[in-house]
Ligand binder design. Sequence first.
Ligand code: SF4
Length: 454
Amino acid sequence: MGNTQLRHNVRHATDVIRNKRAKVVAEVSDWEQLRQSAHEIKQHTLRHLDFYLQQFESACKAAGAQVHWARDADEANGIVVGLLKSHRAEEVIKVKTMTSDEVRLNDALEEAGITPIETDLADLIVQLGEDKPSHIVVPALHRNKMEIRRLFMKKMGLEELGDQPEDLTAAARTYLREKFLRVPAAISGANFAVAETGTVCVVESEGNGRMCVTLPEVLISLVGIEKLVPRFADLEVFLQLLPRSATGERMNPYNSFWTGVTHGDGPREFHVILLDNGRTEVLKDEESRETLDCIRCGACLNACPVYRQTGGHAYGSVYGGPIGAILTPQLQSLHHSQTLPYASSLCGACYEVCPVKINIPEILIHLRNKIVERHDDPLTERFAMRAAASAMADSSRLEMAQTLGRIGQIPFAENGVITHLPGILSGWTDVRDLNSIPKESFRAWWKKHLNTLE
Ligand code: SF4
C-alpha cells in the first residue's frame, strides 16, 4: 500500500484491460449462455474427474506420450528434475506454467544445477528482476516500461535501448531467440487438457509458447488435474470466453494444441505430469468445489477493489486477487493463508465478470465459516469478537466500553487513527489501521440534537 508507483501501475494496467474486456464482451450476444455452458462443462468434469483423468491418460499414451502422476509439489519437482537429468539438460526453457510457480519448480531446478529460462515476456521480466508475479495473466503488471527498460539494459548488457514497447519486445526477442534455438528441453503448463483425445492446449499472445512446445527435443507439460475438459468440442466455449476475459482480445493470437508425438514434427519425447497438490481435497467440499472451475483469466483481479489497491504481492501466493483468496487457502487445506478469505469487501464484482460463473463471494463466506468452526482464528481475536458482541447487545454496556476505549486510546490515537496497539493486541494493528473512537457517539449526538429541537 505504501508503494505509490506500484499502485499507479496496477490501477492503470487493470483499467486498460477492464475497458478492453467490457468492449469485446458486449459484442457477444450469447455471452451469458456461454458462461453458463462453461460452468456446466466444468462442474460435470469435476463430478467425473476420475473417469476423465483415466481417459486422458489412455489417449495420451496411445498417441505416444508418457504420463506421470504427482501427488504434491515434491513429487512433481522430482519427476521434472529426474527427466531433465536423464537427458543431461543443464538449461530448460519454460512457458505459461503457473503450476510450476505453485510448486516452486525453479528453486528445485536451480538446486539440481539446471537453469530455468522463462520465455513468456512478462515472466522473463519477473525472472530478470528477481521479482515475484503480481497478476495471473500479466505477471509483470506492476512494472512500467521505464522500469523494464532499465532492467533489460542491466541484465542483457545493452548500452542503448528505447523505451517504446516495440524496442523492449525487440530486445527480449533477440535475447530469447538464441535460447529457443539452443536449449533442447522445455517445460510448459496447459490451459486445457482434452480427455477424449489426450490433447494439451496452451493459448498465448506472443508465439513464445508455440516455439517452446515445438522446437525442443523433449517437452514436459505440468498440468493441474482440474484443467481437463471432456471433449475437443468443449474448447469452442472456452476459447471464446478466455481471451475476451483475460486480455480483451477476441481470440488469442496463438492457440497451440499437441497430442503425443509425431515423427519428424515437434518434440521427440513428450511427458505430461498430472498434478494434484491439494486439488482432490478441494474437490471433496461440494460448496467450494467450483473453485477448480477457474480458467485463470484474471478478470476477477482486474475487477476487484481490493486487488486494485494492493496488487498481487500482498496475497503472498502465486494466485492473487479474488481467485487466490479462495484457491490458495483450500490448496493448503486451510492450514495456511487463513486471512485471505477475509481480504474481500464481498462486493460481488468478481462473480459478475467470471467467465465460468464461480460464485467467489459465497465461497469466501463459506471458507470464513469453516475457519471459525475449526477454531483456527486466533484466540485473542475470538475473545475480542465475543467481548464486542456482548457490548453491542446492550446500550449501557456499549456506552461504558466506548468511554473506557476513549480513555485507553489516548496514548495511541493520532489524527483520528490508531496505527499500533501494545502487547497481544499488536497483531491486529500490524496489518491494519483502526479509526479511533470519536469524541462523541452518534447516540449522544442524537440526544443533544433532539433536545435542541424540543
Ligand atoms: S475465478 Fe473466474 S474470473 Fe477469476 S481468474 Fe478464475 S475464471 Fe477468471
